[in-house]
Design a binder for this molecule. Sequence first.
Ligand code: PLP
Length: 439
Amino acid sequence: MRFTGTMKVNAKGNLEIGGCDTVDLAQNFGTPLYIMDEAYFRANCRAYYGAFNKHGADAVYAGKSLLTLSICRIVDEEGLSLDVVSGGELYTAIQSGFPMSRVYFHGNNKSADEIRMALAAGVHRFVMDSFDEIDLLDTLAQEVRLIANVLLRLTPGIEAHTHEYVRTGQIDSKFGFVVPNGQARDAVNTVLSRENLQLRGLHCHIGSQIFELKPFGDAAEILLSIARQARDENGWVCEELNLGGGLGIHYAEGDDPPSIADLAGTVIRTVQDTAARFSVPAPKVLVEPGRSISGPAGTTLYTVGSVKTIPDVRTYVAVDGGMGDNPRPALYGSVYEACLANRPLEERTAKVSIAGRYCESGDMLIWDAKLPLPRVGDLLAVGVTGAYNYAMAMNYNRFPRPAMVLVRDGEAELIVRRESYADLIRNDVIPGRLRKQHD
Ligand SMILES: *Cc1c(COP(=O)(O)O)cnc(C)c1O
């Protein structure tokens, strides 16, 4: 596991993050525990702010990767905008006091209630995903006598994930309006014909954990070709071009993503050059990073509960969490790296597999990790768990979800309380006829 952000080994020989000894964190807050390195999270926000916002572009933090009230406060303080994809994420942003003038509302099937909530809150942009949604937003905006500002999510016919990058003429996706078959153009015309909608720009999101910059530039060109067409046909000027999120991060050996500055250089330059070539005004560039801001700043701390060796087969090291706090390995086969937080420098002589405690054979956090042979009671730190871990956490097997602490300058502050057993049954209801009779 790479030491990043404020991670280091302290004088006691333990892993330290944000100036806090992880052994103390485990003692004070229990395990499993999500640890968020505040300085690192802020540094990632600043890298985007410096590369985009300072050049007339805008970085929008994708809240779906990790959103809590405190995270909203930090993103606000760092001056980034915020993407939400649900009523729940919007509610979190509202409750944190995040300025709605910097909120973008996504989602491929927003409900009428969610749209009403967003109209009332005054979100900055609605990103439209279907013709039905265009109708719904127009109707609901009319009801409250508002003009909703709209971006259209397009499917440019590019899909990129890590090293795979495909251009397909026709893309099969639940998201967005397809460009190659003319639906994107129809969607532009539809929005332009609606009285309560104002079309501000175009959007696409071509994938996640992307290691190449070319697909971002290619997507920008395809979006701008739609902008040019709409300018020629309707005189519409595309003010904003939103190229989505997706910049990859380093999870494990071999992952070598481009930098935030390189991403900015490529997309800003491509948009300017292409707009000039197409003789359309260069729109404002937006990106929506999630993983590359929150991911590297998070670490999960577990306690080892059992070490089981099957001779000539494998050693299973079971920890007190698993797919409930990090579903990504089970969902996508994602690879993580780890270290023993209470003896991070010891020689890594063993090859062991880290198992979760959920009743599912697929609940394996790491296969074949190189570690000092773990013992019961050791603390295992898994790195780069800030994105899509807490956000995807679940209560399978009725395990309460872990707490999250924000660490900075030797101080650890709780930002998400550990769930209790009482929390688990809070919404359960027993109808009268099933109640246990007391005599
Ligand atoms: C998921 C998503 C993002 C964030 O993607 P990351 O890979 O976390 O950067 C941004 N925009 C949209 C529309 C998304 O669906």
